[in-house]
Design a protein around this ligand. Structure first.
Ligand code: BGC
Length: 420
């Protein structure tokens, strides 16, 4: 049955593979992920449905917690106890870290049969491969540097669009606050603080500064007046959030914008997935705008890595899942729900909204201008311990009255220690 369904659904290439290696295996996959918010759950359900429609048995292992910190903790303990899940939502340099440990299965046979080298952009291939072997598959391209705004609240202070400079951002936030409106919806969790921080680094410093400070960890960039200005801006933003922000989940902050309890949220486009899941229409019920920057674009590519597991059924499940994920159909269906755009090249955006089209257009412009940069807050730019060192300082500053000078010197020190 599995083979027949596979032949029907996906054509000959994968079936030939399945015939050769797993003719009798019923594909099954335990999938560890952190997609538990309204929009995320709809998106991951589309993968589950696709997998099941192709004969797979899906064992769901969701671990709630934005940006996956909790999921990564569970993953470590599962692998340590010799019980790795078959497929794991994993991204950026963490893929390399797990591959170095010998924990990941290679997917080269599916890659060859499906021609991945021709349809996955080279920059994304680099992240998915370890020493030339495919060990992960890309799901999407999320953009991090967005503002999500409530047009009705903006109109109350005479604004009909989102700010295009950080000075305008502050001026608008001041007006909103004076009108009794919470300017910024925010959840006080380290990764959310870091998400806001990196958009400010990009905006105030520019793409080259972002690259030096948060990718290359250049000491001069970290220890600069520009970085001080970034912390000054973070202090301002801290003044624009409501009193209940500590610990709030990101999707609850999105709901505040949706429900007219706050005017703007700085968040990646998984927030759009929340608006869409609630039936909201872009351009009418909510505005999407890039956070102020000169042709910047902070990318965050979700992907799945396949861990070494034994059992033909599990291995067949991994291969089927990998094949489906890179497939054109899945890349369209999933990303329409998730708020992101396809990672696979050549997938039409005809069915996508204007926010997605803007994402794609800005991505191209950023690539040409040198502003296409990996997100630090979302594990694309740095290994975990280095990003962690930065995020700790950002959060400590945001949640105290620490001066910008102090934050800069702590940042320099924390990064130096983490590098050793
Ligand atoms: C992931 C998104 C996810 C978001 C919130 C990001 O790091 O890339 O897929 O929706 O965290 O959980």
């Amino acid at each position: 049955m599995y083979l027949r369904k596979t032949i029907l659904a996906t054509g000959v290439a994968f079936s030939a593979l399945a015939t050769a290696n797993f003719a009798h295996a019923e594909p099954t996959a335990e999938v560890l992920h952190w997609w538990t918010s309204g929009g995320e759950a709809k998106a991951v359900a589309s993968l589950k449905e696709d997998f099941e429609a192709n004969g797979g048995t899906w064992v769901d292992s969701p671990v709630a917690g934005g940006a996956g910190d909790a999921a990564m903790t569970v993953l470590r303990s599962r692998v340590l106890s010799g019980d790795a899940p078959a497929a794991v939502q994993l991204k950026g340099p963490a893929i390399q870290e797990w591959a170095e440990q010998g924990a990941l299965a290679d997917l080269n046979d599916v890659a060859a049969a499906e021609g991945w080298d021709d349809v996955i952009p080279a920059a994304i291939q680099d992240v998915m491969k370890y020493e030339g072997d495919y060990v992960a598959v890309p799901v999407n391209v999320h953009r991090v540097d967005w503002i999500w705004a409530n047009p009705t609240l903006l109109a109350k202070v005479g604004a009909d669009s989102a700010p295009t400079t950080w000075d305008e951002f502050n001026a608008l936030a001041d007006k909103l606050q004076a009108a009794g409106i919470t300017p910024v919806a925010h959840g006080g969790q380290p990764w959310q603080d870091a998400t806001v921080f990196e958009t400010v680094v990009l905006g105030l410093g520019g793409p080259e500064f972002f690259q030096s400070a948060l990718v290359d960890l250049d000491e001069d960039a970290l220890n600069s007046d520009t970085m001080k200005a970034v912390f000054d801006q973070m202090r301002k933003i801290r003044g624009y959030v409501d009193a209940d922000f500590p610990g709030r989940d990101w999707n609850l902050a999105t709901a505040m914008v949706m429900n007219g309890e706050a005017a703007m949220q700085i968040m990646g486009d998984w927030a759009k997935g929340e608006f869409l899941a609630a039936g909201k229409v872009p351009g009418k019920d909510f505005i999407c705008a890039a956070t102020p920057s000169e042709n910047g674009y902070l990318f965050n590519v979700d992907s799945f890595a396949m861990f070494n597991v034994s059992g033909d059924d599990k291995v067949a499940g991994q291969k089927l899942l990998a094949e489906l994920i890179v497939g054109e159909k899945f890349q369209e269906t999933f990303n329409l729900l998730k708020g992101s755009i396809p990672a696979r090249s050549g997938v039409s955006l005809d069915k996508f909204d204007d926010c997605a089209k803007k994402s794609e257009a800005d991505l191209q412009a950023a690539q040409e201008a040198g502003g296409f940069l990996p997100s630090m807050a979302h594990g694309m730019a740095l290994r975990g311990h280095l990003a962690g060192a930065i995020i700790d300082v950002v959060t400590a500053h945001f949640n105290s009255d620490m001066s910008s000078d102090e934050a800069v010197s702590r940042l320099v020190e924390a990064v130096e220690l983490a590098k050793d």
